[in-house]
Design a protein around this ligand. Structure first.
Ligand code: 13P
Ligand code: SF4
Length: 314
């Protein structure tokens, strides 16, 4: 019978491979705890994009979903970018295929849209846009858009609505959504608020307006950390994907963090984020596969709006 690696062995093997490959491990806040704990950096999409663009490692082992790893390759093309599970996608990315956006823009050429894409989209979609944004900088990016052009915001209608409310700028919205965040409902959140009447509430902007209205703060996953640390409340209801709780428990250990429930479940898992495991991280470092690659013309076209975003949010 082959020897089975224990958790500690596997961790040690990953660290040895990381050294051998001169790799950096970047992980999103929604990754499983074991991956967050072994990563060199854990953060939101914006922080991860900066880290990926700045690293001098030869290999970026990206523990997140495909569009995030693709972003790393776009901004740092000389690196080998690997993703533990190549099928780790995103419902927002799926909701906006590049050919559909291209056809829409052709049909509406007369509108001369300034196109802003939420980073949760494919390289092909990024290549068709003027500027990219994340949940952490969307308000700033929309405020910096030319005042004399209509904005088309793709693909997240909920983030788009929130940004419209924050900026007062009208935008045309692509009708995509995150299948995880739309599961939270007004009822499911009101119930938990009734259980903890003194709790502060923080929500991700991918939630619907009805849910966001029940929150004290709406922000990116990284900004949730500052909110929880600084809040005078002991009990905090966190309305986002479940992985966030692991990071928050480490960063704000004195708080009682309560996962926002959906109508069906006490917390919400993103099936794509949860595809990555320690074993798959080990295997991808060993085999340098699955590797994220793309056509160089698409990469260059996608790089311009991404760099615009990185410059605007420095
Ligand atoms: P953040 O950039 O806020 O971490 O959000 C990424 C994401 O996929 C949320 O569902
Ligand atoms: Fe995409 Fe939603 Fe998963 Fe984030 S939580 S990666 S938006 S499906």
């Amino acid at each position: 019978m082959p020897a089975v690696a224990t958790g500690t062995d596997l961790r040690e093997q990953i660290l040895a491979l990381k050294k051998e490959r001169n790799a950096v491990i970047l992980a999103h806040n929604y990754q499983i705890g074991e991956i967050q704990d072994i990563a060199d950096y854990v953060g939101d999409s914006l922080g991860l994009a900066y880290r990926a663009s700045e690293t001098d490692a030869d290999v970026i082992a990206f523990c997140g979903v495909h569009f995030m790893a693709e972003t790393a390759k776009i901004v740092n093309p000389d690196k080998t970018v690997i993703l533990p599970d190549k099928d780790a996608g995103c419902s927002l990315e799926e909701s906006c295929p590049a050919p559909d956006l291209e056809a829409f823009l052709k049909e509406n050429q007369d509108k001369n849209y300034y196109v802003i894409a939420y980073i949760n989209c494919s390289a092909g979609v990024k290549a068709l846009c003027d500027c990219i944004c994340t949940s952490g900088n969307a308000v700033k990016i929309v405020e910096a858009a030319p005042a004399d052009r209509p904005i088309l915001f793709v693909p997240d209608q909920n983030l788009g609505e929130w940004v419209m409310q924050q900026t007062g700028r009208k935008m045309d919205l692509w009708q995509g959504s995150c299948y995880v965040h739309v599961e939270f409902t007004r009822d499911s959140i009101q119930k938990i608020k009734d259980e903890y009447p003194d709790a502060a509430v923080v929500a991700h902007p991918e939630c619907t307006t009805a849910v966001r209205l029940l929150a004290d703060e709406v922000c990116s996953t990284e900004k949730m950390i500052t909110f929880c640390r600084d809040s005078p409340a002991k009990n905090i209801i966190v309305i986002t994907e479940s992985g966030m709780l692991h990071r928050l428990q480490k960063e704000a250990p004195d708080k009682n963090l309560i996962a926002g429930p959906t109508d069906r479940c006490n917390c919400a898992d993103c099936k794509f984020m949860k595809m990555n495991t320690l074993q798959k991280l080990h295997d991808c470092l060993l085999n340098l596969s699955p590797e994220v690659t793309m056509e160089e013309t698409i990469r260059q076209q996608a790089e311009a709006p991404l760099q615009r975003m990185l410059e605007l949010s420095r």
